[in-house]
Design a binder for this molecule. Sequence first.
Ligand code: PXP
Length: 269
Amino acid sequence: MPASPLRLGVNVDHVATLRNARAGRNPDPVRAALAAIAAGADGITAHLREDRRHIRDDDMARLKAEISKPLNFEMAATADMLAIALATMPHAVCLVPERREELTTEGGLDVVGQHDTLKPLIARLNDAGVRVSLFIAAEARQIEMAAELRAPVIEIHTGAWCDAVADGRAAKADAEWQRIVAGAALARSAGLEVHAGHGLDYVTAERIAGLPEIVELNIGYYMIGEALFVGLGETVRAMRAAMDRGRGNLGSPEPPSAGRAARDPKGRA
Ligand code: PXP
């Protein structure tokens, strides 16, 4: 059975992190979004954090107005953010956990514990025609609750797996990988659309692209870092090539060689 195409959503938060370091206008995350789309990105992701540490309100409004591909608006599940999302009307809203003291989004949203807060918020977004995605760990009870809450999409948090792969903790990486494989299958069988993201690089994106249930990857930090050396367009093309290789390995028991992919994203010797 042919796998569904795998979309690449490019997260431009860290272009704004760099811009904000000098509190000016450059580099502009909207320009980055346009460059990523020109190079083949299927969508743009941006996270309007409550502390506005990177993306700001006007960035989100400009992204919505200026990009030609779907905008995925990441946000905490609060009334203030809901109001901004409904005024912006992005293609999708991805609900994420947020703590001010964290460096990045640590762990998934506890949709079981936050059921009462999430239920009306998801219903409101569903009614408005905004596609809701819940950023959760690949745990059965969280996945089942996401389906019960009528979210059409989940995004599986790949951070723990990617950290373990990067640190060479093989047993931990394998355990996290098995969790992702099982979670993706369970979510698909529950009728959810499955995305994945956090901490992905060329190696991990290639590997996870081999899971046919997953139809979208959202990737930011690694790509923006790579773009410093080879440019954003080249980074998007190299990430797309890694994902295509992984999609071509559907059902293969062998993971891609970490050494090869890390040395050369195009897989050349
Ligand atoms: N998906 C979600 C829901 C996220 O919160 C983030 C980080 O903002 C990403 C994907 C992208 O993660 P990274 O920047 O580590 O690639």
